[in-house]
Design a protein around this ligand. Structure first.
Ligand code: NAD
Length: 316
């Protein structure tokens, strides 16, 4: 049987993710759902009509869903479900400002995913990311390895882009890593940042690196301020689609994701941005990388900051 992936939410993030997944041409079916009647069906029809031009066989199915789970039959048997449903930020808003409204949406979606796609790996992207990932696990009651969030790959990609642009080198020559939370407690890992194998610290002065870290940390807000009506989706959808691909192909790819941490780095019981090996069951294992003392301290600080917020989502 071929693989089936569902993208819940047919907004900018969801529709671009569905497009990327369809164009990979590794799935039998990509299902796109939304509560706005006709929107997912219309986008699916449009995407299907791109098949002869782009040359992929994957079929895209659109389905409108209702408040009581109407329409969710369409997601039955999904191997992966990506949750993008929820409001994006407006200029001046923090991701945490979305907590109340998106918690209601994500809980309702997650409960239906548990009912209709009980074996799926769930990839959450709705913001605030760490909290919505924790909430999706609570609402689905799926094993923690089968619920993960997308943030680290995006933050890492932004950092890599800024380094490549600053040094006028090829993207492929740059390696960076960010861990921690999506937001203020993002933890850059300078000891893992290299250009053609050379430490970044030998190529740029410390204050310039700090400037790029700050720009990365505010990377989402910079795009929001320019767009004025919504948030980024090209880089975010690229990251989520790659995670779904790793699950579908059971590839064991190691990527920075928001995963349940249970003892690694001396941290336990919290969803946190770490590197993890991704396979058919979601997170195969959290991969501990060697950190300097200050990087480890930053990661522990991030863990405590998100732990407090994640404890509150139980009641949302
Ligand atoms: N994790 C990340 O790195 C990252 C990056 C960018 C955006 N985001 C987040 O992703 C989310 C989506 O962003 P977007 O740009 O696509 O927003 P958008 O407004 O374009 O789309 C959101 C869609 O969700 C739909 N929706 C609302 N409630 C729903 C429900 N109950 N079931 C199904 N669909 C529902 C809406 O109708 C809308 O079409 C936001 O919360 C945004 O903050 C996360």
């Amino acid at each position: 049987m071929g693989k089936k992936v569902t993208v819940v939410g047919a907004g900018f993030y969801g529709s671009t993710t569905a497009q990327r997944l369809a164009e990979y041409d590794i799935f039998d079916t990509v299902v796109l759902t939304d509560i706005v009647e006709g929107k997912p069906e219309g986008l699916a029809l449009d995407l299907n009509q791109s098949r002869p031009v782009e040359g992929f066989e994957t079929k895209v199915v659109g389905a409108t869903t209702g408040p009581n789970g109407e329409g969710y039959e369409a997601i039955e048997g999904s191997d992966v479900v990506i949750i993008t449903a929820g409001l994006p930020r407006k200029p001046g808003m923090s991701r945490m400002d979305l907590l109340g409204v998106n918690a209601k949406i994500v809980r309702q979606v997650a409960e239906n995913v548990a009912k209709y796609a009980p074996n799926a790996v769930v990839i959450v992207v709705s913001n605030p990311l760490d909290e919505m990932t924790a909430l999706a696990q609570i609402a689905t009651q799926f094993p923690k390895n089968r619920v993960l969030g997308q943030a680290g790959m995006l933050d890492t990609a932004r950092f890599t882009h800024f380094v490549a642009e600053t040094l006028s080198v090829k993207i492929g020559d740059v390696r960076t890593l960010t861990l921690g939370s999506h937001g203020d407690t993002m933890v850059p890992v300078p000891s893992r940042c290299t250009v053609n194998g050379k430490p970044l610290s030998e190529l740029l002065p410390a204050d310039k690196i700090e400037e790029l870290v700050t720009r990365t940390r505010n990377g989402g807000a910079e795009v929001v301020a320019l767009l004025k009506t919504g948030s980024a989706y090209y880089a975010p959808s690229a990251a989520a689609a790659r995670m779904a691909k790793a699950v579908a192909e059971d590839s064991g790819a190691v990527m920075p994701v928001c995963a349940w941490v249970d003892g690694e780095y001396g941290i336990s019981g919290v969803y946190l941005g770490v590197e993890a090996e991704i396979g058919a069951d979601g997170v195969r294992r959290v991969v501990e990388t060697k950190l300097t003392d200050s990087e480890l301290a930053g990661l522990k600080e991030a863990a405590e900051a998100v732990r407090a917020k994640q404890a509150d989502v139980v009641d949302l």
